[in-house]
Design a protein around this ligand. Structure first.
Ligand SMILES: *Cc1c(COP(=O)(O)O)cnc(C)c1O
Length: 376
């Protein structure tokens, strides 16, 4: 039986053909496929402007650069996220204030936002709030937009988990000023490595494009270029944009299958163990992760032992995430803060396999193995 990782890519023959065609073309990097991918993605998520780059991390970094974040600024980031959300602020010299999360959904709440805000004022000027649509569950960014409006700040959604999700009919790109996506192989669609940031206007998009390639403007004669600001090499190759265009055509199918798998788990998991709690998603959400909460203390098994037993049954699981405020770098910088919701989430969370190529039988396999692993 094939090993079931918690997430993996789906690559089909037409994806391979698209990449092969790009390899035979004149451009391996920065050719026509970049703008084509940006336009197709903009249409898919309902964004007016998009900038493609070489990772989700670069997308977050470009968003922070485009708003001019720097020293003296503060960004509010939920503690339950991937490291990159917080690091994007630090790359620009801005400080981070970690917000607590709801222990059942892992999402920032209005109350945790206000707590973080009261800490932020003592650390600098509130420049950005970076909500994370964890697992594909969308957090309401309305209160955040209202808050930053008073300070001339910005809402930059980390939508790396939420391609295909909507809340009140709006995609992450439509419900925040900027939204950042990743095309890492475990994400909803892939380019191997890659990212996209959506921008509210052409000025912001032009700034992001400037920082994507060394802060350099070509012009005048053919041999001339001016470096007007300190930029980076965050360019995404044409080869990968060709893969992105091919994957984008399958997005609806990938999302629909993720929803079906989530529904199967939602139906089969309740009652499996008194120590297991599910958090069903809404029909308009596309789950990137299928997370369950397990009270390992009450169960009497260590999480690592449960994960190891599942691994031996050919099932990969993962923990999303270790609270970022407890990472040595951040604890060293800001001291060890207590964020009880984030710590409670981290203590209990476990991500089960979910990806479009899973069969219904694979879901049964996971459920059976989990039932065994959770026996007293
Ligand atoms: C994957 C991910 C990122 C970073 O994306 P990369 O493409 O791996 O750089 C950032 N934030 C979250 C929440 C992610 O899941």
């Amino acid at each position: 039986m094939a090993f079931l990782p918690y997430g993996r890519q789906v690559i089909e023959d037409d994806d391979i053909a698209a990449v092969a065609e790009a390899l035979r073309s004149d451009y391996l990097t920065t050719g026509p496929k970049v703008a084509e991918f940006e336009a197709a993605f903009a249409e898919a998520v309902g964004a007016s402007h998009t900038v493609a780059c070489n990772s989700g991390t670069a997308a977050l970094h470009l968003a922070m650069l485009a708003i001019g974040a720097g020293q003296g600024d503060v960004a509010i980031v939920p503690s339950i996220t991937f490291l990159a959300t917080a690091n994007a602020a630090r790359y620009c010299g801005a400080e981070v204030v970690f917000a607590d999360v709801d222990p059942i959904t892992g999402l920032m709440t209005e109350a945790s936002l206000m707590d973080a805000f009261s800490k932020a004022v003592s650390r600098g000027k509130l420049k950005a709030i970076l909500p994370v649509h964890l697992a594909g569950r969308m957090v309401d960014t309305g209160p955040m937009a209202a808050l930053v409006r008073q300070f001339g700040g910005h809402v930059i959604a980390d939508a790396c988990h939420a391609l295909g999700s909507t809340l009140n009919g709006l995609t992450p790109a439509q419900s925040a000023e900027m939204a950042c996506y990743s095309f890492h192989p475990v994400k909803t669609m892939t380019t191997g490595e890659g990212g996209m940031v959506t921008m509210p206007d052409s000025g912001a998009a032009e700034r992001a494009k400037l920082y994507r390639s060394h802060g350099m403007i070509r012009g005048g004669d053919v041999a001339h270029y001016d470096m007007v600001d300190l930029g980076f090499n965050f360019r995404i190759p044409d080869i990968l944009c060709a893969l992105g265009l091919s994957q984008l055509k399958k997005l609806d199918r990938f999302v629909a299958r993720r929803r079906e798998i989530a529904r199967l788990y939602d139906a089969k998991l309740p009652g499996l163990s008194p120590h297991l709690q599910t958090c069903p998603s809404r029909a308009d959400e596309a789950l990137h992760l299928y997370t369950v909460l397990i009270d390992f203390k009450a169960l009497g098994h260590e999480r690592t032992a449960v994960m190891e037993q599942l691994r031996q049954a050919g099932i990969g699981t993962q923990v999303h995430y270790i609270p970022v405020h407890l990472q040595p770098y951040y604890a060293g910088r800001y001291g060890v803060e207590r964020l009880p919701g984030a710590e409670a989430w981290h203590e209990k969370t476990l991500s089960l396999p979910i990806f479009p190529a899973m069969s219904d039988g694979d879901v049964d396999r996971v459920v059976e193995a989990l039932e065994k692993a959770l026996r007293p």
